[in-house]
Write a protein that binds this ligand. Sequence first.
Ligand SMILES: *[C@@H]1O[C@H](CO)[C@@H](O)[C@H](O)[C@H]1NC(C)=O
Length: 316
Amino acid sequence: MGWRSPSLPLLLLLLLFLSCLTCLVEGATASGFRICAYNVQKFDSVKASNYRVMHTLTRIVSRCDICLLQEVMDPDGKAIKALLASLNRYEAKYSYASVSSKSLGSSPSDMQQYVFIYRKETVNVTGQHQYQKKQSFVREPFSVQFQSRKTAIKKFILVPLHTEPRQAVQEIDRLYDVFLEVSKKWNNMNVMFLGDFHASCAYMTRTDKKKIRLFKSAFSWLIKDKVDTTVTDDTNCAYDRIVVHGETFLKKISPLSANVFNFGKEFKLTRTKVLEMSDHFPVEVRLKSSAHLLQATPLLTLLGASAIVHSFLSAL
Ligand SMILES: *[C@@H]1O[C@H](CO)[C@@H](O)[C@H](O)[C@H]1NC(C)=O
């Protein structure tokens, strides 16, 4: 009977040890690098002067290492400047910077910019590229290449798109041409597409997918068809999407991390206040971090477990 006494405490110790490792791994993953995309519906200097809107937008953007904003109507840059100032006041740990496209569109009353807001401490911009080909898009993608020490993937390209709803299928398909151009330009196949594609409901049906080259097997659609990225209960559509090219990039993305961010629920805001921001919710995905702990974990587990087994055996 003497052998039974050490086994229980040792087993408990082993369990404790393993669960501690799990917390560590989960902690490191949860704090992984977050990329977000938000159609912030007509973000101009009037909207930016609304304190409540600005405060909520600051809370939303401050969670992200990179946040793509769409429907920014800020040709003189004042609204984005105010947002950056608000972010830099709110989140003392980081300083935020932005990179913006020109105003894009086909009608002077509806000119929109793509704006990437990013944390200077975690990521660098290493290039930008405005797609030029005429009549391909209403708002031609403004691609940016980023580089980060914090992520498992070192250099990656973000290609934003806010489609014109009536020609969403054609525009999504033409992202493939943008892919060929930017991957060649920077000699980098790690490309992520993100934004309000209107890739759902009446604008993109199941049969339309056959006409879209971005549904080739090399591309992974991380925000799935059944997701609802709209705020109102009347619509249930996966308009906003995140798509990545290639196995290499896919493996460096935290599994199941692509999601809608329902900030109404998270921040406990009324539906009216959420709609005051936009009719869309943001979408987001996390990149695996380059933390050595993660890579060392299997070895640590093995060493820890064998030490415990060893002490258990020697107690016999
Ligand atoms: C950004 O680039 C600078 C200069 O090359 C480098 O020192 C820094 O570590 C980079 N930052 C990140 C977060 O990768």
